[in-house]
Design a protein around this ligand. Structure first.
Ligand SMILES: Nc1ncnc2c1ncn2[C@@H]1O[C@H](COP(=O)(O)OS(=O)(=O)O)[C@@H](OP(=O)(O)O)[C@H]1O
Ligand SMILES: Nc1ncnc2c1ncn2[C@@H]1O[C@H](COP(=O)(O)OP(=O)(O)O)[C@@H](O)[C@H]1O
Length: 605
């Protein structure tokens, strides 16, 4: 039998979700079992740990004993091809929390759309959470097709609308299936009512979807959960969190840094195995007698996780009894390591419906998601959640009540606080012939940023001042070719350009940045980076009203956005947050780009 597939689904009763699950179970003629025992057996006898062993849910098992009820029903069924676990979360108010906890280990998320209603907020929210949780496969079931006369046109319309929304997300694999759960169309068997549909049935897709390559088989990570001592024997037991381990491999034990080799590996039943990979539970014996304890991590010497006390993370707050506060102290559980941690900063709270970031937020309450910086009392051995869902996640526990209060996904080390030291160069800034600065032009697409920037660069260079134009469009061909227009990607785009601009400015060049840079917090971060380095940062708001930009529409993008061919277009259906305190505002009545550029030159002088 093939690999286990963990499916997460969410939604309200009206979507027909229960009907759909019921239909899958009934039509595939399998036994419905709500029993978690069945789940555990399913995992245990094949050396595959059930969903309960993954970190987040591990925390949650403890949590179940710790007084948080999670409404997640696990249903288990199997076909001759595969075993399935469906984690089903109801779509009510606790939805976000349930989803974060119940779906965190899923391979695939199933989102239901009512063909009559089209893409609703709930479908977007569900897809967003699935992408946030790093669920690699997303299946959109356009349900109740029988109620729209099995219309291909309607299906295509919904597909197009959703696909463009999904462009803003990190959704690597998107599949659309038109179904009627009630009538059984395209659930288990291909429907004769939709001859125009060329794909497979839902069950067939679930049976065939390729998940083996979703696992991180590159970065060897074995967090040590238990040390087994028996006379001279020392074994280290844990669940493989990444990579492939084989007897004979060189390894390093962190944090001590001692190197050794793998002597032997035993599987969950105590049988020797030739290789072990995630998410198997194994026991490893090393060739040397080292001092290894619970919470240590076994890795490959050339491929180590980050080590540090300071991390950037996205957290979801899970309790209504308290709220996350700046400065709050919690017990932190990360892989097999427990320590304490303090919330150093709350960068923003994210609105799951609009993806808007509220940088003024002071706390996070139940179901709210935010980006924080955390300092742990002891160094953590971690990877970014994007790279490893186990070593990249943690939970926070309230030490007074012993309740799990948050689930977190690490975005990366908080470099500002890490142990990476700055290498001082031999040349001081004053020794360079010219002084640099950054001129940052922000505004809507078509507002005239590039036109002003081009004029400005020309003028400065003609006056003998080194200047260099960093244009968003151009950089997206090279440095940022890997980025799209999701909120996350835009943030990264702005971060990189900000960094490059700062380096140019430091080297004595005036860097002219022309970038929509729609989010205030990202621009502020660029400003801060400059100011902390003692460099001038000038923010110029090219304040051309959207009607004017749209009338200009030099690339025809607004027309396409209005026609629904592009979604997530800034100003149309994606936010542009106007600067609060720009150094200069340019409006169409200011004059042509040449006049505007001269104003900037004067200002610089
Ligand atoms: N969805 C969406 N939203 C906004 N813009 C889009 C989008 N898709 C493509 N484009 C084109 O990409 C240009 C913007 O790139 P930027 O790097 O400046 O954008 S951002 O700062 O990361 O938001 C922008 O160029 P300009 O018109 O020069 O601003 C557009 O041509
Ligand atoms: N000050 C201005 N007055 C009138 N038209 C302008 C002005 N600045 C730019 N334009 C025109 O507006 C369009 C968009 O300008 P562009 O510089 O490409 O904007 P952006 O880089 O912000 O997308 C172009 O067709 C350009 O000729």
């Amino acid at each position: 039998m093939g690999q286990l597939l963990r499916v997460a689904t969410a939604g309200s009763v009206d979507d027909g979700k229960s009907t759909l699950i019921g239909r899958l179970l009934y039509d595939s003629k399998t036994i419905l079992s709500d029993q978690l025992e069945a789940l555990e057996r399913a995992g245990g006898d094949r050396g595959e740990t059930g969903p309960d062993l993954a970190l987040l849910t591990d925390g949650l098992r403890a949590e179940r004993e710790q007084g948080i009820t999670i409404d997640v029903a696990h249903r288990y069924f199997a076909t001759p091809r595969r075993k399935f676990i469906i984690a089903d979360t109801p779509g009510h108010i606790q939805y976000t929390r349930n989803m974060v906890t119940g779906a965190s280990t899923a391979d695939l998320a199933l989102v239901l759309i009512d063909a009559r209603k089209g893409v609703l907020e709930q479908s977007r929210r569900h897809a967003f959470l699935a992408s946030l949780l790093g669920i690699p496969h997303l299946v959109l079931c356009v349900n109740k097709m029988d109620l729209v006369d099995y219309s291909q046109e309607r299906f295509e319309e919904i597909r197009a609308e959703f696909a463009s929304f999904a462009m803003k997300l990190d959704a690597p694999d998107l599949t659309f299936i038109p179904v009627s759960a009630l009538r059984g169309d395209n659930i288990v068997h291909r429907s004769e009512n939709m001859p125009w549909y060329e794909g497979t049935s839902l069950l067939h897709h679930l049976e065939e979807v390729h998940v083996a390559s979703d696992r991180n088989l590159i970065d060897v990570r074995l967090p040590v959960q238990y040390v087994i001592r028996d006379g001279d024997f020392r074994g280290y037991a844990g669940t493989v969190a990444g990579g492939v381990l084989k007897p004979g491999d060189d390894v390093v034990v962190l944090p001590s840094g001692f190197t050794s080799g793998i002597q032997e590996i035993w599987g969950p039943g105590g049988e020797p195995v030739e290789e072990a990979f995630t998410p198997q539970a194994v026991t490893v014996r090393l060739t040397d007698d080292l001092d290894v304890s619970r919470g240590d991590m076994i890795c490959r010497p050339q491929n180590r996780p980050h080590t540090g006390q300071d991390v950037d993370a996205i957290v979801c707050w899970l309790t209504e009894q308290s709220a996350l506060e700046l400065g709050g102290r919690y017990a932190l559980q990360h892989t097999s390591r427990g320590t304490r941690a303090r919330v150093r900063q709350l960068d923003y709270r994210l609105d799951v419906n609009t993806l808007h970031r509220d940088t003024g937020a002071k706390s996070l309450s139940l179901n709210e998601i935010g980006r924080i910086r955390l300092r742990a009392q002891q160094p953590l051995l971690f990877d970014a959640y994007r790279r490893n869902r186990t070593t990249g996640s943690f939970i926070l526990v309230d030490e007074n009540t012993n309740n799990t209060v948050a689930a977190g996904m690490i975005t990366g080390p908080d470099v500002a606080e890490s142990n990476v030291t700055w290498v001082s160069t031999a040349v001081r800034r004053e020794q360079r012939r010219t002084r640099g600065a950054t001129i940052w032009l922000t505004g809507l697409s078509g507002s005239g940023k590039s036109s002003v920037a081009v004029e400005l660069e020309r003028r400065l260079v003609a006056a003998g001042k080194p200047a260099y134009l960093l244009d968003g469009d151009n950089l997206r061909h090279g440095l940022n070719a890997d980025l799209g227009f999701s909120a996350q990607d835009r943030t990264e785009n702005v971060r990189r350009v900000g960094e490059v601009a700062r380096l140019f400015a430091d080297s004595g060049v005036v860097s002219i940045v022309s970038l929509i840079s729609p989010y205030r917090v990202d621009r502020e971060r660029a400003r801060r980076a400059h100011e902390e380095a003692g460099l001038t940062f000038v923010e110029i708001f090219v304040d051309t009203p959207i009607e004017v930009c749209e009338a200009r529409d030099p690339k025809g993008l607004y027309a396409r956005a209005r026609a629904g061919e592009i979604t997530g277009f800034t100003g149309v259906d994606d936010a542009y947050e106007t600067p609060e305190d720009p150094d200069l505002v340019l409006r169409p009545e200011t004059g042509d780009p040449g006049v505007m550029a001269s104003m900037i030159v004067d200002m610089l002088d």
